[in-house]
Write a protein that binds this ligand. Structure first.
Ligand SMILES: [Zn+2]
Length: 140
C-alpha cells in the first residue's frame, strides 16, 4: 500500500474519534512545510483538518471535542469568579487579564472562548499562529 507514494494513505483509517477522509491541499490551517494534512470526520459530527503526523502519533484524537469536554468541566467549576480566576496556558497559570496583556488578545475574546466552552490552549495557539502567518505575509 505505502512505499511507492510519498505520503501514507490514511483514508478510512480511525484515530480516536477521527476517521481520515482525504488529503487536504487547502493549506488553510497548515502550510505545506508541516507535512501532509488530512480532512477528518469526528464522531461528534465535526469536520477538521489534522496533520498526518499528529494522527499517527496519537497527538490529535478528536476535532477538539475531547479536550473541550474536559475544559468545560473545569470552566463550569470556575464560572463564579471568572475575572480573577487563573487559567492555564501551556501549564502557566494566568488570569485572563494577564493573558490578554502578554499575548495581545482582547480580554473579551478570551472570555468568549471560555463562555463557549472552548479549549483555551487550542484557541490561543491557533490565534497566535494565524497572527504570525499574517505578520509574515505583511513583512514580505
Ligand atoms: Zn469532535
Amino acid at each position: 500500500m505505502s512505499g511507492s507514494t510519498h505520503y501514507e494513505d490514511l483514508a478510512g483509517r480511525r484515530f480516536g474519534r477521527l476517521v481520515a477522509s482525504h488529503r487536504s491541499y487547502s493549506k488553510k490551517y497548515y502550510p505545506s512545510f508541516y507535512g501532509a494534512t488530512w480532512v477528518c470526520k469526528c464522531d461528534c459530527g465535526n469536520i477538521c483538518e489534522v496533520l498526518a503526523v499528529n494522527l499517527k502519533t496519537g497527538r490529535t484524537r478528536s476535532c477538539g471535542c475531547l479536550r473541550s469536554d474536559n475544559a468545560s468541566m473545569v470552566i463550569e467549576k470556575n464560572r463564579k469568579t471568572p475575572s480573577g480566576k487563573k487559567h492555564s496556558y501551556h501549564g502557566e497559570m494566568m488570569t485572563v487579564r494577564e493573558m490578554s496583556d502578554r499575548y495581545g488578545v482582547k480580554t473579551a475574546t478570551i472570555y468568549a472562548w471560555i463562555q463557549r466552552g472552548k479549549d483555551l490552549e487550542t484557541m490561543l495557539d491557533s490565534f497566535l499562529r494565524r497572527r504570525e502567518m499574517r505578520n509574515e505575509e505583511v513583512s514580505i
